[in-house]
Design a protein around this ligand. Structure first.
Ligand code: ATP
Ligand code: MG
Ligand code: MG
Ligand code: MG
Length: 362
């Protein structure tokens, strides 16, 4: 009997579009001999749409107009609030009574990668790919993540955190503090996001003010970091309690930093796998990646991002991504490809890990 996999994509996130691309890749590459796919789209407004084609979700905007009686079946829009049974969100068509065995959330950012969706799936007692509630939440919160890294001795760059209301009350105090403690350039980030959405580099006070205003539109908590003159490395981790780690890759952004444009639009950023660094440095990064995975209580998968400070030679951990971009040409998949795990097998392993973790927790 085939394993039924519900692929969840889209969602109320600044990374909605990125998720659609990831989901398409998964649906195309998953082994059809072994798995049945049930696509589950979430619109930008948060409506759940079953049987949705990710491209349609992308084109139609919201609310999603799905063609009637498509091959995927009639679309059902299920409003969360209107439905008392969480299970019914992911229940299949009436004529097909077989339940979904595992959910593959291919959702990035808010609500999909931060533990919200994971909590819903826990409540519904369904197996799902990736990190649990705590790991997802920690991996999304750039402040709490850094606090835990510091706690286990993983080196992070200088940073400061404040809330939107503090900014509104005393902007001058915050600006002075940032200038004294961090100087320029600084990176201003919404605490909980991804794909560089809402992130700006500030070279002076004027840019800093603008950057804070932008970040504050996305989040009530803002993280400001000292700008590191750096090379950027990424590493992929796979597993539950005994995670394995890929070779190290380097990202060479096409812009001044690896912003949304450089990631998804320009197509000019370079990815070098394996990274051209001394073996020692690569081993150090790989070791730190596993340490971070365990420290944040992650499971399934994560991509861990590092900076190599060009001035000091020091390796710093930047962040983790618990549901990293997951197309076939995304860094996560390419790192595993180069480490001997091709994309369809990667999907396979992730599903096995999800079922294993679910079993462990029963
Ligand atoms: P992802 O798409 O990986 O989830 P994200 O939105 O979580 O990204 P970060 O990885 O924190 O954001 O930062 C995005 C990019 O901004 C980095 O890849 C890097 O190019 C640049 N950057 C961020 N922080 C710093 C810093 N402190 N010093 C130098 N560059 C930085
Ligand atoms: Mg991130
Ligand atoms: Mg991310
Ligand atoms: Mg990153």
């Amino acid at each position: 009997k085939k394993i039924r996999v519900g692929v969840v994509f889209g969602g109320r996130s600044g990374e909605h579009e990125v998720s659609l691309a990831s989901a398409q890749s998964v649906m195309r590459q998953i082994n059809p001999e072994k798995y049945d796919i049930v696509p589950i789209g979430i619109t930008k407004e948060g409506a759940w749409v079953r049987g949705a084609d990710p491209t349609k979700l992308l084109e139609a905007g919201t609310p999603v107009a799905l063609p009637e009686g498509t091959a995927e079946g009639t679309a059902h829009v299920v409003a969360l609030s209107g439905d008392p049974t969480l299970q019914s969100l992911i229940a299949t068509e009436e004529e097909d009574q077989s339940a979904i065995d595992v959910i593959f959330p291919v959702t990035h950012g808010t609500f999909g990668e931060d533990g919200a969706l994971q909590g819903l799936l826990e409540m519904a007692n369904v197996a799902y790919v990736g990190c649990g509630v705590l790991g997802s939440a920690l991996g999304m919160d750039k402040e709490k993540m850094k606090l835990i890294f510091q706690q286990v001795g993983l080196p992070v760059g200088p940073f400061t955190v404040f809330r939107r209301n503090e900014w509104e009350r005393a902007p001058e105090t915050i600006l002075d503090k940032i200038e004294q403690e961090l100087g320029y350039p600084t990176f201003v980030k919404p605490a909980n996001l991804g794909s560089s959405v809402g992130i700006n580099k500030a070279h002076n006070r004027e840019e800093l003010i603008h950057a804070i205003k932008v970040a504050a539109e996305y989040d009530r908590k803002i993280v400001v970091e000292k700008g590191i003159n750096c090379r950027e490395f990424e590493c992929a981790v796979l597993g539950n309690d005994e995670p394995i780690v890929s070779v190290v890759g380097e990202v060479i952004p096409s812009n001044e930093f690896y912003d949304y444009r450089a990631k998804y639009i320009d197509n000019k950023s370079q990815i070098v796998i394996p990274a051209d660094i001394p073996q020692e440095t690569a081993e150090q990064i790989r070791k730190m990646a596993i340490q971070a995975f365990i420290a944040l209580d992650l499971s399934g998968l994560s991509r861990i991002d590092f900076f190599l400070n060009k001035d000091t030679g020091e390796v710093l951990i930047n962040e983790v991504n618990t549901l990293p971009g997951f197309t076939q040409v995304s860094m996560y998949a390419m790192l595993w490809e180069a480490s001997g795990i091709p994309y369809p097998e990667l999907i396979d392993r992730l599903i096995e890990l999800a079922l294993e973790r679910h079993e462990d927790r029963q």
